[in-house]
Design a protein around this ligand. Structure first.
Ligand code: GAP
Length: 442
């Protein structure tokens, strides 16, 4: 089936669908919202959880060289001195002298004029993107702490703890999913660039000299991960950073970019961080963050390959890539063609009508599927069956089960496939097996 080209996907439609169906809401909306913060609704939370669970399953559970970690958001302020974030995690900011809007000059066609009002811009000054707050009741410089701008540093400062606790040998990795905060100058494009977001990060420790080969392997692994869960190949590409754009800690970085409706943009970065972080934390903390290599009888400082993805950005890319509209009689059928593993609701149980003879059997099928605790299952008996199918297509539900009058006679139900709209009759006793075969994870 021919799919719409991505540049035709209208972001406003995606944002409206997210709001209407409880995927993503503007944060604090009853107070007028808070710039660039968003809340995940009942369906959004399932989608986001599915993304994180699949990432964890593929990055940790299925591998024997990975372990997990979950660190505090607030860390000792010295961490950010050692990591270089206090000094280098800065963006140039220019302010409009007329309307006081703030801009990152590199985002502007004319870096001397305000795109809002045309007023003159100030000379750019450097602005640190870390959110600052105070620990305890006293607000002075001695009590300053930062909200972490990346989850990675929690992994580096726990390197020895994990090594001692798990006795892992190189190469091995530590994975973490968690919130990060950046006081972005120009947030925007819905959940693409926000000030509060979630990251899925791996720090993969390798022997120096083996880093470049591992970097290539991780780029391939992560690229294929997005394909595995349904992103179309033509909407993904790799882009290597030029020397001038490399982060202060990186020797090389390859971005996985997605073709968003406004153009190609970073979905995930895979960096070769060398031994920069472990060396710096050794230096600043006085702890020797090394690994004893039994082959050479030497203490070495491992190199690090870091695949770092954004949960929210992945959510947005999966949503955009899945969004489809197809002509259907006089109407347009909106379908989210999400991979079944990502669908917020896997199965909907729909009695043909609210007829009192149909409802008990439909409820029974619904409750027995729910009781399995394996899938998100919805029940809906409002409106015509056609309209209900449309409602479930729009949120990407792969299978709808319909109970009709024939079901009362033969104990069979109709299972409708979202993409093909094909319908098959299945005995109630075999529904679980039917779904299990189709919803099995890749
Ligand atoms: N530890 C490395 C690191 O943080 P990054 O390229 O700055 O690298 C990694 O961020 C990923 O985090 C990005 O590819 C993106 O998916 C996500 N990300 C970064 N800043 C973001 C923001 N302001 N809003 C949403 N996601 C963001």
């Amino acid at each position: 089936m021919a799919r719409r080209a991505l540049e035709q996907v209208d972001m406003e439609k995606i944002v409206a669908l997210c709001k209407r169906r409880g995927i993503i809401f503007p944060s604090s909306e009853i107070y007028g919202g808070l710039g660039s913060t968003w809340d995940y609704g009942p369906l959004g939370v399932e989608l986001k959880r599915a993304i994180k669970d699949l990432w964890w399953r593929d990055s940790v559970l299925k591998r024997d060289d990975m372990v997990g970690l979950d660190c505090a958001i607030l860390m000792h302020p010295k961490v950010w001195e050692a990591s270089g974030h206090l000094e280098s995690f800065v963006d140039p900011l220019a302010e409009c002298k007329a309307c006081h809007a703030r801009w990152r000059p590199s985002d502007l066609a004319d870096p001397t004029r305000c795109p809002d009002c045309g007023g003159p811009l100030t000379e750019p000054r450097m602005f640190n993107l870390m959110f600052k707050t105070f620990m305890g009741p006293v607000e002075d410089t001695a009590h300053v702490v930062y909200l972490r701008p990346e989850t990675a540093q929690g992994i580096f400062v726990n390197f020895l703890n994990v090594l001692n606790a798990t006795r892992k040998r190189l190469p091995f990795g530590i994975a973490q999913i968690g919130k990060a905060f950046r006081n972005e100058i120009t947030p925007g494009n819905f959940i693409f660039r926000t000030r509060e977001f979630e990251q899925m990060e791996i720090e993969y420790f390798v022997k120096p000299g083996e880093d470049e080969a591992w970097h290539r392997r991780w780029v391939e692994e992560r690229f294929n991960w997005y394909l595995r869960y349904g992103i179309r190949r033509e909407n993904l590409r790799l882009r290597e950073h030029g020397k001038e754009e490399l982060a202060h800690y990186a020797k090389a970085t390859v971005d996985i970019e997605y073709r968003f409706p406004w153009g190609w943009a970073e979905l995930e970065g895979i960096a070769n961080r060398t031994d920069f972080d472990l060396q710096r934390h050794s230096q600043f903390s006085g702890e020797r963050l090394t690994y004893f290599d039994e082959e050479t009888n030497q203490h070495i400082v491992p190199y690090v390959i870091e695949p770092s993805g954004g949960v929210d950005r992945a959510t947005l890319a999966f949503l955009i890539d899945a969004y489809d509209e197809e002509p259907d009689k006089e109407q347009v059928r909106v379908v989210l063609r999400l991979h079944p593993a990502l669908a917020p609701i896997k199965v909907a149980v729909l009695p043909l009508s609210r007829n009192e003879r149909l409802v008990p059997l439909a409820r029974q099928v619904y409750l027995s599927l729910k009781a399995l605790g394996r899938w998100t299952v919805a029940y809906d008996d409002a409106q015509s069956i056609g309209r209900r199918y449309r409602r479930f297509d729009e949120i990407g539900t792969p299978y709808c089960i319909t109970i009709d009058f024939q079901s009362l006679e033969d104990q069979q139900v109709t299972i409708r496939d979202r993409d093909s709209m094909n319908q098959v009759r299945v005995p109630i006793a075999e529904v679980e097996k039917h779904l299990e075969e189709r919803l099995r994870l890749p």
